[in-house]
Design a protein around this ligand. Sequence first.
Ligand code: FMN
Length: 481
Amino acid sequence: MLPIAKLKNKEQFLEYTNSIGIDLPLNDKNSESPNPFLTPIQTRSGLTIGNRFCIHPMEGWDGMPDGNPTEHTIRRWKNFGLSGAKLIWGGEAVAVCHQGRANPNQLILNNSTKKGIEQLRLSLIEAHLNAGHQADGLVIGLQLTHSGRFSKPDSKSQLQPVIAYHHSYLDDKFHVSPDTPIITDTELDDLVQTYATAARIAQKIGFDFVDIKHCHGYLLHELLSAYNRPGRYGGSFENRTRFLREVVSAIRTEAPGLDIGVRLSMFDLVAFVPDLQTGIGIPVMRDGYPRPFGASSHNSLSIDLDEPKLFLSLCSQLDIQLINLTAGSPYYNPHIQRPAMFPPSDGYRPPEDPLVGVSRQISAAAELKACFPELIMVGSAYTYLQEWLPAVARAVITSGKIDIIGIGRMVLSYPNFPSDVMHDVPINKKQICRTFSDCTTAPRCGLISGCYPLDHYYKTLQEAKELINQKLLMQKDKNNK
Ligand SMILES: Cc1cc2nc3c(=O)[nH]c(=O)nc-3n(C[C@H](O)[C@H](O)[C@H](O)COP(=O)(O)O)c2cc1C
């Protein structure tokens, strides 16, 4: 596995990607005219997205216990604003209710936090303008979430799972006892209204759209694979997507005119665990492992986009045009979701070159884009490309494989990255995210998330020392095993 920094020129990049069996498109024509990144996109509803970069939602585990933002949260949103990207996909996952928080510091949207969350949007716009970007074409959404199986509303270490169904492997892994009740149909009906109320507040405080998050193993994503759940929300495709239909209808009543987007794990695969000898990720092969959404019914290690296509067709029918495509889950197959050279503390050593993970998402997204040209699609998992991100992104955009490039971890270490790429400013290599995964390891240790290796702000916090100590302890633990 070669670190990307070793691939010094186009020939080396192509030779290496060829040698690992992937075909990543490349277009290194800087200064192309017209600049493909600066071509705006118009939604049917009348929004103009001023360029082809999107900032993905990324939470920092740093809100107040009551769900309001802190100075860390405000700083992150300001960085999203100064990035120059014109589509802000949600800022971060914001819980629609306390019980659905992924951690006790996740933001919540309700009447007592709406001012704080409005302030995030305003701070982002101010930073965008202060950095010299125009206000035109800036589209800001809010990601609404219920963390389902991964809810931890009251304690950093204690899951309080809300499950759509009992999962023969994930229940074991995350200590869900067999007598934990599944969320009932009536509770799901009520939750529809909770989402709609949150959407109404989001509209009131100026957000252009809300994302009804269906990804990463959280509740609405889990519903999509609820093949064996009885009742109105399980079994058939129609039942498994009932929540989406109901919530869209409720939002259209509560917040008429508000745009709706969906972030979708376009495929999921089985969980991976570290091999006991090598620490390298190996797939969990168990009889009766429930079929992940977007995986083949015969082989849960292989992608089958038939149902995701039906899902996107449904989005199209529901007049949801904004789609953000991601994959897998950070909790049980992080190399699928956010390819990295260095695993997070609860992960495993990469079972494949992370470029394979990048390519897997780019190819699947291209297949979906080809089927639904009318949808505006954002792609994910580009950060691992590092120096090669601009050339691959340019090729993906110009060939129509995706409409907008979503940027996650890179913007934590290098907030100006999109702006530099769009304006042909030479990339500052010292700020490139090298995927050390501290932004994931820190929250796994109960600390706030951020770029500890490269962002001076986090480097100097007390939390940075704590993170080092906790990583040392974990390493000792591993060595003793
Ligand atoms: C620290 C951190 C927090 C994240 N939080 C969210 C989130 O709140 N909602 C979400 O949909 N994805 C979240 N993600 C996933 C990212 O949006 C993105 O899909 C992922 O990092 C892959 O993109 P990248 O390769 O550009 O980093 C998070 C990722 C990281 C690293």
